[in-house]
Ligand binder design. Structure first.
Ligand SMILES: Nc1ncnc2c1ncn2[C@@H]1O[C@H](COP(=O)(O)OP(=O)(O)OP(=O)(O)O)[C@@H](O)[C@H]1O
Ligand SMILES: [Mg+2]
Length: 272
């Protein structure tokens, strides 16, 4: 079939995705099994943890959708910028920003524009040149389309950063995490680890603390992924109510969790 999207078995034709950037930066690309799983929380907490170890950390959110012009909640890019203590301009940290809460390819189309890999790479190179370590947050999951010919997985491969997979500790977490690991392995992307998270508690409206069943699900998900994924499995992170009240303070609390400190150790020992 002429359309590579249908014939290749993946969503997109293999357009210039095998090259990695010449810049050798340490750090990680924080991806996830889905949207809303806690990528920003993990990336921000990690940036804080690394900064507390005296490292000059750069942050990036290459594409963000659903960005509100006004409002009390900081966008992902602004939240990461604050957590990383970065002075870099938001439009370099996040070169593509769209109001529509859609997948990047759709949001860009709706805005009458297109997302170019080269512009993202140029912003990344500029940031990486000024920082010892980069923490980059993806958008949605690994197969989310960004530009006409590339998705999140392609971007990770081009940046040459190892991936961190944030996933749900609750039911369904095993399947989604294993699918994501499989997709990254297909492209030979190194995986630093899976970080399990309790982003939202089931029936959160009726209670604020996790129930025993959530804890059991979290432990069971972690145990199975340790057995089956072949990569380090960290967490589950606790459900942190502070995140809903004062997000930056919440990032700081999550930064003290063992899973984040272990992730920081893994990044610091990862060969440049
Ligand atoms: N451990 C946690 N405890 C409490 N709330 C959490 C936790 N992790 C995430 N959250 C909350 O869940 C929501 C989604 O988290 P977050 O924004 O980090 O997800 P995301 O994967 O970055 O989403 P997106 O795909 O939109 O970038 C946020 O409101 C966040 O504060
Ligand atoms: Mg986010």
């Amino acid at each position: 079939m002429a359309d590579g999207r249908k014939s290749s078995g993946t969503c997109f034709p293999p357009v210039a995705i095998s090259d990695t950037l010449p810049i050798m930066t340490r750090g990680c690309f924080v991806t996830g099994t889905d949207t809303g799983v806690g990528k920003t929380v993990v990336a921000a907490a990690l940036a804080i943890c690394l900064r507390q170890r005296g490292l000059n950390v750069g942050v990036m959110k290459p594409v963000e959708t659903g960005v509100r012009e006004r409002g009390s909640t900081l966008s992902d890019a602004e939240g990461l910028r604050a957590a990383g203590g970065a002075v870099d301009p938001v439009d370099v940290i996040s070169p593509y920003r769209f109001a529509a809460p859609l997948a990047p390819l759709a949001a860009a189309r709706q805005a009458g524009s297109a997302i170019e890999m080269d512009r993202i790479l140029a912003a990344y190179e500029r940031l990486a040149a000024g920082h010892a370590l980069m923490v980059v947050e993806g958008v949605g999951g690994v197969m989310v389309p960004i530009g006409h010919h590339f998705n999140v997985r392609d971007l990770i491969a081009r940046l040459g950063l190892p991936a961190v997979v944030v996933g749900r500790a609750t039911l369904g977490g095993v399947n989604h995490a294993l699918l994501t690991v499989e997709a990254l392995r297909q492209r030979r992307i190194a995986i630093l680890g899976i970080v399990l998270n309790h982003a939202a508690i089931p029936s959160e409206h009726s209670r604020t603390r996790p129930e025993a069943s959530d804890t059991r699900q979290g432990d069971s998900t972690a145990d199975l992924l340790k057995e089956l994924s072949g990569v380090p499995v960290l967490g589950p992170l606790c459900h942190e109510p502070m995140l809903a009240q004062a997000r930056e303070a919440g990032f700081g609390k999550v930064a003290t969790e063992e899973a984040i400190r272990t992730l920081a150790d893994l990044i610091m020992t990862d060969a440049p």
